[in-house]
Design a protein around this ligand. Structure first.
Ligand code: ADP
Length: 394
């Protein structure tokens, strides 16, 4: 069995992971420890997406979760060795414009960024520390969701606030950067002629955002200072008049905690439908509130796409990716029908069959479905930044 690269995506209640063999970067396994602090479950799927492990009864906590993962890896084969770990880290602030090798000093800097992403960053850091303690000799790399957007022009990173706030770090950071970077890296394989042109990538999952790219670099994105901005999401509100927040606190007496919970966890598809945060549930439902939520999601997606157009000076292609973008023909059509005036026409049968290119021959704007793979992007960074330097001499 091969040497392995482990990728980790630690969230507020789960750790998603994937294992790649080091030589060719083939993904061997992926899995998740869900409900880490509650009643954790651990599952693993193989490269054919078949579940090969499902375990309950783990002790709660991130430390136990990582121990369970390492135990499972050891139980597979004595020959499987983790040679490096790559972490998805939500926030790299202004400073981290590319992946960085994790040291104690880097962890301190990442901790300083925690107030900018309090729901995610502390968990990312906790898992790095657990690995450092358990396996101090295994190198670790941090890959940031914000880095891909740092080369944007100043104008698209600024809020219309006095500039001293921007100097203090109140800017539009943007997120989902690892996903966008992956799409940018494989765009030429899918859309050769379009790759370097004006492309908007729509990452539509539980979290949802869009990124305007020119020559495969981010020039603008819909998420801002936090991952609340932009599109309506599973449980997040997306773009909202900041006056609503002031009203809720001043007039309705809501606390910061209550407003945070409302905007992050009780809004979006879940809040509007009152049924579910999951798009599949809403598409199956006959309830009026479900179709209202779906329509608002699609309207807001089309509106946010249009708001990105000035950053590109037009548009040549749209790429749909992530759970909803890759799988839902209905949602893609609903969004694209609102953009017909751009000269965009879908090929309905290509769209329905989830083909790669789903625009009609007459369409002025090309439309593609490209599956994202953040874990693979992280493994590519680990290979490029860590292994080629530190392990090539082993
Ligand atoms: P995350 O942001 O958690 O990584 P995903 O990219 O996995 O999210 O996307 C999850 C979303 O994708 C959910 O709303 C789910 O309902 C939706 N989804 C997955 N498959 C389909 C499908 N066939 N049709 C509609 N929505 C789908």
């Amino acid at each position: 069995m091969p040497n392995l690269i482990l990728t980790c995506n630690a969230g507020s209640s789960s750790i998603k992971f994937a294992l790649f063999e080091k030589e060719k970067l083939h993904q061997l396994f992926h899995g998740e420890i869900e409900d880490v602090n509650g009643t954790p479950t651990f599952w693993v799927k193989d490269a054919r997406d078949q579940k090969i492990e499902h375990k309950n009864g783990l002790n709660p906590g991130y430390h136990s979760a990582i121990l369970a993962l390492l135990e499972w890896i050891n139980s597979c084969s004595d020959e499987m060795h983790i040679v490096a770990v790559g972490h998805r880290v939500v926030h790299g602030g202004k400073a981290f414009v590319e992946p960085v090798i994790i040291t104690d000093a880097i962890i301190k800097k990442l901790e300083e960024l925690s107030p900018l992403a309090p729901l995610h960053q502390p968990h990312n850091i906790a898992v790095m520390k657990i690995f450092a303690e358990l396996h101090p000799n295994i190198p670790q790399l941090a890959c940031f969701d914000t880095s891909f957007h740092r080369a944007q022009p100043l104008t698209t990173q600024l809020f219309a606030l006095p500039l001293n706030y921007a100097n203090d770090g109140v800017i539009r950071y943007g997120f989902h950067g690892i996903s966008y970077e992956y799409i940018a890296s494989i765009l030429p394989e899918y859309a050769d002629k379009m790759a370097e042109s004006r492309v908007i990538v729509a990452h539509l999952g539980n979290g949802a955002s869009m990124c305007a790219m020119k020559e495969r670099k981010s020039v603008a994105t819909t998420m801002g200072f936090t991952a609340l901005d932009g599109l309506m999401m599973g449980t997040r509100c997306g773009n909202i008049d900041p006056g609503v927040v002031l009203y809720l606190m001043e007039e309705k007496g809501m606390s910061i905690k209550e407003v945070t919970d409302l905007l992050y966890k009780q809004s979006g598809l879940k809040g509007v439908s009152g049924i579910s945060h999951d798009m599949r549930d809403l598409l199956r439902s006959d309830a009026k509130s479900a179709s209202t939520a779906v329509d608002l999601f699609c309207y807001q997606a089309a509106k946010e796409l249009c708001a990105l157009l000035p950053s590109l000076g037009g548009i040549d292609a749209i790429v749909f990716t992530a759970g909803i973008g890759e799988n839902s023909a209905i949602i893609r059509k609903n969004i694209c029908d609102r953009l017909i005036w751009l000269g965009l026409q879908l090929d309905d049968s290509a769209n329905t069959s989830n083909a790669t290119a789903i625009h009609s021959l007459a369409s002025r704007v090309s439309v593609y479905i490209i599956p994202t793979n953040e874990e693979r992007m992280i493994s590519m960074h680990v290979d490029a930044k860590l292994l080629t330097h530190s392990i090539s001499s082993e």
